[in-house]
Design a protein around this ligand. Structure first.
Ligand code: SF4
Length: 251
């Protein structure tokens, strides 16, 4: 992997530029015809309660702090959430559920995530997803996951301060395992269980799992606010424990 010396003054600027370039590429992407058609159809039809909105209707770039120690991987933009607002985890109940937990942990400056211009800022946290276009029924196909994974991998390679990856849901969990596999890491024994924490050093040293804060999971109380807050607190604890400077070797 080429790039400036990680210790150099230019490194921070390089990382920001690199993430920006990835985001630019994401928003122009039309690789998955089914998703391109769906995201545009939803944007054109709109939901009655959002009829005054101009939907984003494009792939949604990641959102957060390029120097983040915490990287949170979700599934995909929601049709009337991020596909409408253009910002990851924004404009739906999942986003608000997650943001409440991040806010309580001091990782967000607001407890709600409503629109791209609402002033929300994330602290030390980067939100990304397995696919960047809203899929029908929130279910990307295997091919779509494989096609989109390169954006996630490029971001993970660039987030060199990362210490903890939190996967929201099994699909995100498997997506990160795939990344580790491609870095020749042994992923044997990494099983998706809510609250599980694995040490996967030397890369991002810790890998945590949580149920996804989807409406289905939160309404059935499969995932409660306290359960998610506990995982976020654990994430912070792990990062503190690991305050030895841990460099991403793939930068
Ligand atoms: S899901 Fe990913 S790869 Fe597919 S069109 Fe959207 S941005 Fe491109």
């Amino acid at each position: 992997m080429t790039g400036p010396n990680p210790q150099s003054k230019n490194c921070e600027r390089y990382r920001r530029t690199k993430l920006r370039r990835i985001a630019d590429e994401v928003v122009r992407c039309k690789a998955c015809s089914r998703l391109v058609e769906y995201r545009q159809k939803v944007a054109h039809q709109r939901k009655r309660e959002f009829k005054d909105w101009t939907y984003w209707g494009r792939p949604v770039p990641s959102f957060g702090d390029p120097r983040a120690e915490f990287v949170i991987i979700g599934l995909a933009p929601a049709a009337h959430g991020a596909n409408r607002t253009g910002r990851m985890f924004t404009g739906d109940s999942s986003g608000n559920f997650l943001m409440r937990a991040l806010y309580e942990a001091g990782l967000a400056n607001k407890p709600r995530s409503e629109r791209a211009d609402d002033g929300l800022q994330l602290n030390n946290t980067y939100l990304t997803a397995t696919v960047r276009c809203a899929p029908p029924k929130n279910k990307p196909t295997r091919l779509e996951l494989d096609t989109c994974k390169r954006f996630l991998h490029l971001e993970l390679d660039s987030l060199r301060n990362g210490k903890v990856v939190l996967a929201l849901g099994k699909v995100a969990f498997e997506a990160y395992k795939q990344y580790l596999r491609e870095k020749s890491m042994n992923v044997e024994g990494l099983t998706f269980v809510h609250g599980a924490c694995y040490n996967v050093a030397p890369h991002f040293p810790y890998f945590l799992a949580s149920y996804h804060p989807s409406r289905q999971n939160t309404q059935t109380r499969r995932l409660t606010a306290e359960m998610l807050s506990m995982v976020v607190r654990e994430m912070k604890k792990k990062a503190k424990k690991n305050h030895l400077k841990h460099r991403n070797p793939y930068f």
